[in-house]
Design a protein around this ligand. Structure first.
Ligand code: MN
Length: 232
């Protein structure tokens, strides 16, 4: 088998305290999964079925990166999130089986072009241009579930230039990790390398060039991103 040009390298994220990296296959993201964030987005936080959107696998960015301010937006937002890394295939898995698919956890930042997302939402268009742009899936090192166990609680917080903007607890997720994995697996066959961004708490806000954004989840460490000047 040959290709007409060299295939792009497999996107990947770091693994905590290991040299090998976690190869990324797909990125799924849960919309509105904390009540207070649903309210700040102007939506009813009742427990309606979760919905998902996706980002390209090569949108992943490691801890410590400088991310250029993306094009087409005047309102780039941060979203602190717990990321679940899938390590085993599963289709239509029950909640009590869902933990078996989880390879690990990471701290994530679901960068969002909020103005484009709202425009799409209001016009009934896809969210892709608001969510699925280059460098939009920031992801810290993955911690093996074998070391962490079942992640069901823990403080999650985000600061910009040292000022805390988002602060909540993973226990406040409307849909828990096994519920999300189970529900997602009814729609697609989950496969090793899939990442799931589980949703952000309240307090999302704008980032500007020069800002240093730090996301932290208890037990998973910090994820630091600097916003650079717009890409040339
Ligand atoms: Mn999000």
């Amino acid at each position: 088998m040959s290709f007409v040009f060299e295939p792009n390298p497999t996107p990947s994220v770091a693994v905590k305290r290991e040299n090998a990296r976690f190869p990324v296959r797909r990125i799924f993201c849960v919309g509105r999964n904390y009540e207070a964030h649903a309210r700040e987005m102007g939506k009813d936080p009742t427990r309606e079925a979760p919905f998902f959107f996706t980002k390209p696998a090569d949108a992943v960015v490691d801890d410590g990166a400088v991310v250029p301010y993306p094009p087409l937006t005047y309102n780039l937002h941060h979203e602190a999130e717990l990321v679940v890394a899938i390590g085993r295939a599963g289709f239509d898995v029950r909640q009590d089986e869902a933990w078996d698919l989880v390879w690990g956890y990471a701290v994530g930042n679901d960068l969002t072009r909020r103005d484009l997302q709202f425009e799409a939402r209001d016009k009934g268009r896809p969210w892709d241009w608001g969510k699925a742009f280059d460098n939009s899936a920031i992801c810290g090192p993955v911690h093996r579930a074998a070391h962490i166990g079942r992640l069901e609680k823990g403080a999650i917080r985000l600061s910009v230039n040292g000022i805390v903007r988002q602060e909540a607890d993973v226990a406040d997720l409307i849909w828990s990790v096994p519920e999300i994995v189970s529900i997602l697996s009814r729609s697609v066959r989950l496969l090793p390398g899939d990442l799931v961004y589980t949703g952000t708490p309240a307090g999302v806000g704008a980032l500007m060039p020069g800002d240093v954004c730090v996301v932290e989840i208890d037990g998973l460490g910090e994820l630091t991103t600097t916003i650079g000047d717009p890409a040339q």
